[in-house]
Design a binder for this molecule. Structure first.
Ligand code: B12
Length: 216
């Protein structure tokens, strides 16, 4: 089915994209559905970039449009005041070493925080050692790692190897997310879960946090 919003973003038509986002909010579409249409739109931007139809400046343009979309959406993201998050274990998140993509990670963090969860954001280009240090400092038992560049996937495996070496592997659930992530990446890195869209990401965290009502 054709998705006008996805196409507008893929065409880097900022005015149309923002208008369609506003219209969908008015029509009662969920923020998660709107975000997913936008994510698919920038995925097409990526395809056009790979085919040399778009350039780096176009990737930057898609970033600018996505940021504007988030500015419009943020006040509409429902706050969950169930207090679930306050009794849940903290979550550490970051983008892996070598990679500076952070829009997807920031989005997931925003949604988790809106649900009341405590998230420590390590930012981008995070070394495997820094992830382990942060887990020790925060006592977090959930680690989210974002990766958009395929050649950075190897560093995620390094994080998990370090967890094993430190005797921490069975105390930490590792979730990997981002465009190139799939079951093979999960198996190769040894992560517990993977997600490459926002709905899946939120479902996985809810699932882990449900189990974690006891201990994760
Ligand atoms: C915008 C963009 C940029 C922006 C990034 C801005 C920023 N602040 O993030 C800029 C212009 C800086 C950029 C730079 C580059 N980019 Co770029 N970029 C993109 C683009 C078009 C969109 C990425 C994006 O923001 N998507 C929208 C978000 C919402 O989606 P998402 O990140 O997938 O996140 C969702 C899920 O994956 C998941 N998720 C994400 N993280 C996590 C983490 C956890 C724990 C969980 C549970 C879930 C989760 O939830 C999110 C919400 O739905 C992609 C194309 C694509 N297909 O993704 C290329 C793309 C990722 N870039 C690419 C490349 C090559 C580069 C550059 C190397 C280009 C260059 N020549 O310099 C540099 C790399 C710089 C670096 N060292 O990192 C390639 C990577 C190819 C590959 N397979 O390795 C892609 C795929 C484009 C392409 N087809 O060639 N890029």
């Amino acid at each position: 089915m054709e998705d006008e919003l996805q196409e507008a973003l893929a065409d880097l038509d900022e005015e149309k994209t923002l208008r369609l986002v506003e219209e969908r909010i008015q029509a009662g579409c969920t923020t998660l559905d709107i975000i997913e249409s936008c994510r698919r739109g920038v995925e097409l931007v990526g395809v056009k970039y790979s085919n040399n139809d778009y350039f780096l400046s176009d990737l930057i343009m898609s970033e600018e449009i996505l940021k504007e979309v988030m500015r419009i959406l943020e006040p509409h993201i429902p706050l969950n005041d169930s207090n679930d998050g306050l009794t849940s274990p903290p979550i550490v998140m970051g983008t892996i070493e070598g990679d500076i993509h952070d829009l997807g990670k920031n989005l997931v963090i925003y949604l988790l925080r809106s649900s009341g969860y405590q998230v420590y954001d390590l930012g981008v280009n995070v070394t495997p050692e820094r992830f382990i240090q942060a887990l020790n400092e925060t006592n977090a038992s959930i680690l989210g790692i974002s990766v958009l560049l395929s050649f950075c996937v190897g560093s995620i495996k390094k994080v998990i190897d370090l967890l094993i070496d430190a005797g921490m592997r069975d105390k930490v659930k590792v979730v990997v997310g981002g465009y190139p992530v799939n079951q093979q990446v999960q198996e190769y890195t040894g992560a517990d879960f993977y997600a490459n869209d926002v709905t899946e990401a939120m479902n996985i965290y809810r699932q882990i946090l449900e189990i974690g009502k006891g201990s994760v």
